[in-house]
Write a protein that binds this ligand. Structure first.
Ligand SMILES: [Fe+2]
Ligand SMILES: [Fe+2]
Length: 372
């Protein structure tokens, strides 16, 4: 056998009627695989006839670290016994740890020919599960292996439970988010019926998403903004018809009432666990803030939530370019000029840049210059 060749040694199966250790204890659904790395053959000569773990252990013997790494990838052992010169053993230990799954617990046992406190400490610090000093008894090795494979099994079971729990949490979150999206759609319809602005809120959502994309926001964030934006004027459900639908300019008192739609909308939407409903509340609250601080609540610049700065531009553009009870729609070019004029005044300059980039190209469902 060449130096790097691997010699698999399979221990005899348990006697008829006798289940292997793993099955007896309900631990394993397969034989346990033990990789033995032994350059002088001493360890192997003792372990091979020992019938470790009542014969539930399959041994794979290798002589060199290189062969051990090959065997590891091929057989995915449950436990590794290493009897090499200490420096080579530690190198092998780190190579095995790098090869294995980070979440996996692979017990590697280092065998030292004589007691050496420093070597023992180094081996344990490098991740060895145990250090056994020769001459050792086979029954001691057997007990330690039983303990280690049990820890490995329990670790794997815990990992499995964690994974299943994560899956369940993920499914539940997805379900809750779907419920939230459905709620948003229904609430948006309420707002539409009340405000008589047709598809205004959905167009605002589309334009807001396009702006978010051009600002380089992550796709899921842009998507959330599109879903949340249609509720920006939800608070208008509480504004009296005589003000909301007045076919002319509002008085100061009427304007004061109209301005409460931001806080009313935020109040309707507050307290939800859903990220999209929370964002909708933020947008409802702050979409009439101005970059220069002269908006409804007096916030300025970056202190205004970005989603609200985005929706502010999308909302004004769409409102201007469509008929309202008190005025006819503006021409798209006039609306674009106004938004450009308000760059740094009413609106965040970066958001205006992203909006203008959007308007320079085609946009399905919105009034880009190319479709006006
Ligand atoms: Fe509004
Ligand atoms: Fe609006």
């Amino acid at each position: 056998m060449g130096q790097d060749e691997i010699d698999p040694i399979v221990t005899p199966a348990p006697r008829s009627g006798e289940a292997p250790l793993g099955r007896v204890q309900g631990q394993h659904e397969h034989w346990l695989r033990c990789l033995v790395v032994d350059e002088r053959g001493e360890l192997l000569s003792r372990v091979r006839p020992a019938n470790l773990l009542d014969g539930a252990l399959m041994l794979y013997a290798t002589e060199t670290p290189t062969a051990a790494l090959g065997a590891f990838e091929l057989w995915q052992p449950d436990v590794v016994l290493v009897q090499l010169e200490v420096a080579r053993a530690l190198d092998l230990l780190s190579a095995l740890r790098a090869l294995g799954e980070p979440s996996d617990f692979l017990p590697v046992v280092i065998l030292l020919s004589r007691e050496d406190a420093q070597h023992r400490a180094e081996a344990l610090a490098s991740g060895a599960a145990d250090v056994i000093v020769g001459p050792f008894s086979i029954s001691e090795l057997d007990s330690r292996l039983r303990y280690l494979v049990r820890v490995r099994h329990l670790h794997a079971r815990l990992e499995d439970q964690d994974r299943k729990l994560e899956e369940r949490v993920c499914q539940r979150s997805h379900h809750l988010e779907q419920v939230a999206l459905s709620t948003i759609d229904r609430l948006a319809q309420v707002g539409e019926f009340r405000d008589f602005t047709d598809e205004h809120v959905r167009r605002v959502g589309k334009v807001a998403r396009g702006i978010a994309n051009n600002l380089g926001l992550a796709a899921d964030v842009a998507n959330r903004i599109e879903r949340a934006a249609p509720l920006h004027d939800l608070g208008k459900v509480a504004i009296p018809d005589r003000i909301l639908l007045k076919p002319g300019p509002l008085t100061e008192d009427e304007l004061a009432i109209m301005r409460t739609h931001t806080t009313i909308g935020a109040r309707i939407l507050e307290g939800s666990d859903s990220a999209v409903l929370q964002l909708a509340g933020t947008i409802a609250q702050y979409h009439h803030e101005r970059w220069d601080g002269r908006g409804y609540g007096g916030l300025a610049g970056d202190s205004i939530p970005l989603a609200a700065r985005i929706v502010a531009v999308a909302d004004v553009f769409d409102a201007l370019t469509h008929d309202r009870p008190y005025r006819r729609a503006w021409h798209v070019d006039a609306a674009l000029d106004l938004i450009d004029f308000e760059r740094g005044g009413c609106f965040d300059p970066d958001v205006v840049d992203a909006f203008q980039l959007l308007m320079a190209g085609p946009l399905e469902g919105a009034n880009s210059r190319s479709v006006a």
